[in-house]
Ligand binder design. Sequence first.
Ligand code: ZN
Length: 73
Amino acid sequence: MHHAMATSRVTGTDPDGAEHTVQVAGTGTRRQLECGSCDWRIGAQFLPWLKAEEHLAQAHAAEVPVQGTAPGS
Ligand SMILES: [Zn+2]
């Protein structure tokens, strides 16, 4: 087993069906958010995934599927 970085991502889909992904890197209170679709990047102490969703919604009109559902299945 190798060391896994505490990295995850939030992906949303815009009305055209295009996906936009915000990477969430870091641990604890030092997380870095970085959008793959534009130059947006910030540091976030709390609720980085919420900020990522906010950015996806505001900048890309992209909706993040609700956790726990499995679209298409
Ligand atoms: Zn963006």
